[in-house]
Design a protein around this ligand. Structure first.
Ligand SMILES: Nc1ncnc2c1ncn2[C@@H]1O[C@H](COP(=O)(O)OP(=O)(O)O)[C@@H](O)[C@H]1O
Ligand SMILES: [Mg+2]
Length: 509
């Protein structure tokens, strides 16, 4: 006999329907799974027959073949245990279910208990899009699955319940969103905790407003890490669409905290400098989203930038530029979104005090040069804002004067982002940092005085075309923060200041 059960697979974060076709016939007994299953899928053969016996069904002496269609896509994980079990029971003639409009996913244990899997959110969203009427998911994944609208999401913790439900003898609970709203914002670190550092905070604000990448450079203990960690608190809140996108990635990576339906805070990822290229950009033998994708719609913070291996930093360039990571494998090509803001922090030299106003640096010039040289030009080129963070004076550190809160800075950032949304409506560009060269002139109209200043700077600093574009984009953001239509000289000079470090440390722009 033959039976087909609908289920889902994932290519990266993109779901596709998998039809689990099971056939049982009199032949030499056995259980085969075909349709490019990976080792984990194949292990279903060892789980499904014992589980069916532990659910009270007799052992079979038939040849069972399961085909996972489409046969040209690689299937991974333990997602198909539940549909395989249901298909197995029907194909062996123990049950006869009407499975039209129903899809199911889930791992099962030998006694029939249903366990959680990763990637449920994109799967149920796809079930809704494709017009399935019901989708059965593990109870452990109920919170994320509850996000889907337009499809009845039923959850289960035991295969026995699913069988009773399909027989029409029992019901399955609907997946519900957790009752407590998950808003952690109140506990996020706040910018007001950072004393002084007016210019660095300004750089943080400009970066947030225009979506620019940011490099903080300065001696140890000056608050670079502190500042970077506070960037998410001044970024605009996640829109519903952005939250779903980010949550999908965490769902696929199996990193969604228990009971969380949607991520509400912008992701902030700070991988250690020993991170490998594969875990930074994604991949591995079982492909998984990397840190840059986990930071999608949020912030990727690379602390102690020169400590990262150069080859690891190089693989970051393409995803930073394109906003997505593509992983190519035999018969498989995956993409993960990776539109994150990069914030990097570093000391200027091995001892940390090169360029310090009072302490002297003990490094040889060659050591400093080597240290700085670990950060390649092309990577620096992709970082629009460079900011020097020097020690705060004692009076400022010890003063009780209240500092501006993140909420207040965020208001200006949100206003500036609104202007950008209007300017770039329908063009696929989200913020000033993404303006392509062809649109620079149109998006960045200059006042005559600003034009003159830029021309002079171009000559004096020996700017490259890239450097020129970068200054225009940052000046555009500075103008947006003031609600100005055209770019004035003050905006240009601010933007130039944000690049002054190249000359101090790297000797060029
Ligand atoms: N501007 C500041 N205001 C308040 N505390 C600060 C400031 N700068 C540094 N600190 C204190 O110093 C500690 C070290 O700062 P950190 O951000 O780790 O420095 P860095 O990353 O530059 O080496 C912080 O945890 C904080 O307690
Ligand atoms: Mg630090």
């Amino acid at each position: 006999m033959y039976c087909a059960v609908s289920s889902f697979g994932l290519a990266g974060i993109e779901p596709y329907v998998v039809s689990v076709e099971v056939d049982a016939r009199r032949a030499l007994p056995g259980f085969d799974i075909v349709g490019l299953p990976d080792a984990a899928v194949k292990e279903s053969r060892e789980r499904v027959p014992p589980a069916s016996q532990n659910l009270g069904y007799k052992a079979t002496v038939v040849k069972v073949v399961a085909n996972l269609a489409p046969a040209d896509q690689k299937k991974a994980g333990s997602v198909y245990d539940l549909p395989l079990l249901v298909g197995y029971l029907c194909a062996c003639g123990y049950e006869s279910f009407d499975l039209s409009g129903i899809a199911m996913v889930g791992e099962i244990g030998l006694s029939g208990e249903v366990r959680g899997i990763s990637g449920v959110l994109p799967m149920v969203l796809d079930a809704a899009r494709l017009g399935f009427s019901k989708v059965i998911v593990p109870a452990e994944n109920a919170a994320e699955a509850s996000v889907a609208k337009g499809v009845e999401v039923l959850c289960t913790s035991h295969a026995g319940e699913v069988i009773a439900y399909l027989r029409g003898e029992g019901s399955l609970p609907q997946a519900k969103a957790p009752s407590t709203p998950e808003c952690r914002e109140a506990y996020l670190p706040d910018l007001s905790e950072v004393k002084g550092q007016v210019e660095a905070k300004r750089a943080l604000e400009v970066a947030a407003a225009g979506g620019h990448n940011l490099l903080l450079i300065g001696p140890p203990g000056t608050g670079k890490s502190m500042l970077a960690k506070r960037l998410p608190s001044i970024l605009p809140p996640l829109s519903e669409e952005e939250a779903v996108e980010a949550t999908k990635i965490y769902s696929v990576a199996g990193m969604l905290p228990a009971g969380v339906s949607l991520l509400r805070d912008r992701p902030f990822r700070s991988p250690h400098h020993t991170v490998s290229a594969a875990s930074l950009t994604g991949g591995g033998s079982l492909p998984r989203p990397g840190e840059i994708s986990l930071a999608h719609n949020g912030v990727l913070f690379l602390d102690e930038l020169p400590q990262f291996s150069r080859s690891v930093l190089e693989v970051l360039r393409q995803p930073l530029e394109d906003g997505e990571v593509t992983i190519s494998r035999v018969r498989q090509r995956l993409t993960y979104p990776s539109r994150a803001m990069l914030v990097a922090a570093m000391n200027p030299c091995p001892c940390g005090y090169f360029g310090h106003p009072t302490q002297s640096c003990t490094c040889t010039p060659r050591a400093v040069e080597q240290y700085l040289g670990r950060v390649s030009g092309p990577l620096l080129d992709r970082i629009d804002l460079h900011m020097e963070v020097l020690p705060v004076e004692y009076q400022k550190l010890s003063s009780n004067r209240p500092e501006e809160s993140s909420a207040s800075v965020r208001q200006r950032v949100v206003a500036a982002r609104k202007l950008q949304a209007k300017r770039f409506a329908g063009s696929g560009i989200a913020c000033n940092a993404q303006i392509p060269p062809a649109l620079l002139a149109r998006s960045c109209p200059l006042e005559p005085a600003a034009e003159k200043l830029l021309a002079a700077a171009f000559e004096r600093m020996g700017l490259s075309a890239r450097g020129y574009g970068r200054i225009l984009k940052v000046a555009r953001t500075a103008a947006d923060l003031e609600g100005a239509e055209t770019i004035g000289p003050a905006h240009i000079s601010q933007a130039i200041q944000f690049r002054g470090l190249d000359r101090k440390y790297w000797g060029g722009v």
